[in-house]
Design a protein around this ligand. Structure first.
Ligand code: PMP
Length: 411
């Protein structure tokens, strides 16, 4: 007779158990202070609509305001008419079309690199690139501790294949130097940093990092998601900003910010990209970027170059906000770009300020709270667009001043 004990051992703990016990979101919803997954009615630029109410949008990565640009819309619509809505296959097989290759060539030429590769998301760029390059057992990833989640996930996949991960102190070339000096890098080292850090808006010290990478004969991958269109001549990003593009082996990014679409990109040496496209499972076995997404990104890249005044206006807007917010007494960290975090350093206060800004002033910002950020790093993340006008920014500043005083963040 099968004993009860042996039967009860079959199965064991239910993997759904933690889901049934997860109450944080439900509790916050019940209290009316849940800030996430709220569907916008429209997100057309500096003014959006949330649950029937107009809001000033300070929470979008549509840096150049191109999601509604006539040429970009037109390109996406034409691509649907011409090619349909999806390639329904991966790049390896039926998912590639000349449109992908054309954009790859344009991105490579724009960055002055030999070749380009188009992905389905920016997240996939990091997962695919990093895991493919770390597939050698004992190769090592050396990453900034504040790198984006997709970089961490790419490294984790590499770790599953035997690679190691070492984190260095945030944006500190000396710490990187020390880490590389202490490591056995005989099986190769890949250093990875955000070009512009996504929560802080801070620019990576690429000249310092690149020279350390060179000294140790490692390779350097820069994630320029928040830099393209924002910094550097012609919006070319962090490496171009410092004039060190020739010292960065691989530059990657997303279509989901300045390029007003969805997808990702990587530029570098042809042989390296060819290897990645043959060895990264997350690239090989995922459907390719859809034609309207690729066409929209291509049009946005063109508009970016045809209308350099957008980058100028963006810079004017974020510089104005950085100066004015500092003048009001807010702590902004080291931002120099279109992402301006307002440090609150407390979960409840961050959420209450987010709610007051939205409910009482119709200002939309993104609260970053734990566990999404480490304790004491909670911020209201604000981000700016070329299409914000001064009256939007002044209305936001008025609201920030009132709410900042109400919650004792400024005096
Ligand atoms: N890298 C960074 C630095 C990002 O901020 C993001 C998205 N926020 C990504 C990668 C992922 O890009 P995507 O949204 O295209 O998946």
């Amino acid at each position: 007779m099968a004993s009860r004990t042996s039967l009860s051992r079959i199965g064991g703990r239910d993997v759904f158990e933690k889901c049934y016990k997860f109450m944080t979101a439900d509790n916050a919803r019940a209290m009316g202070v849940y800030p996430f997954f709220r569907p916008l009615d429209f997100n057309n630029g500096p003014e959006a609509q949330l649950e029937g109410r107009k809001v000033i949008m300070l929470g979008s990565n549509n840096y150049l305001g191109l999601t509604t640009h006539p040429k970009v819309r037109e390109a996406a619509k034409n691509a649907i008419d011409k090619y349909g809505t999806s390639m329904t296959g991966s790049r390896l097989v039926n998912g590639s079309m000349r449109l992908h290759n054309e954009l790859e060539q344009k991105l490579a030429a724009y960055h002055g690199k030999e070749a380009g590769l188009v992905f389905t998301t920016g997240y996939q760029v990091n997962i695919a690139t990093i895991s493919a390059l770390l597939s050698n057992k004992k190769s090592v990833a050396v990453i900034d501790k504040d790198d984006h989640a997709s970089i961490y996930d790419g490294v984790r996949l590499g770790q599953a294949a035997g690679a190691r991960m070492v984190r260095y102190r945030h944006n500190d070339p000396e710490a990187l130097d020390q880490a590389l000096s202490e490591l056995d890098t005989s099986e190769g080292a890949l250093v990875i940093t955000d070009g512009v850090f996504s929560a802080q808006g801070e620019i990576a010290n690429l000249p310092g990092i690149a020279s350390v990478v060179k000294k140790h004969k490692a390779r350097l991958l820069v994630d320029d998601a928040h830099a393209l269109g924002v910094i550097g001549p012609g919006g070319r990003g962090t490496a171009a900003h410092f004039g060190v593009a020739d010292q960065v082996d691989l530059i990657g990014g997303t279509f989901s910010k300045s390029l007003a679409s969805i997808g990702g990109w990587l530029v570098g040496e042809r042989k390296v990209l060819d290897y990645i496209q043959h060895f990264a499972y997350s690239f090989l076995f995922a459907a390719s970027a859809a034609p309207p997404s690729v066409a929209a990104a291509m049009a946005a890249l063109e508009v970016m170059q045809e209308e350099p005044e957008r980058q100028e206006k963006l810079r004017e807007n974020f510089t104005y906000m950085r100066n004015e917010l500092r003048r009001l007494g807010f702590e902004l960290g080291k931002t120099e770009t279109a992402v301006i975090p307002i440090y609150i350093r407390d979960d409840l206060r961050t959420v209450m300020m987010w709610k007051t800004l939205l409910d009482e002033h119709s200002i939309y910002v993104n609260p970053f709270i734990t566990p999404g950020v480490p304790p004491k790093q909670q911020v209201l993340r604000t981000s700016y667009m070329a299409t914000h006008e001064r009256h939007h920014l002044d209305r936001a500043l008025e609201a920030f001043e009132k709410v900042g005083k109400k919650f004792g963040v400024i005096s």
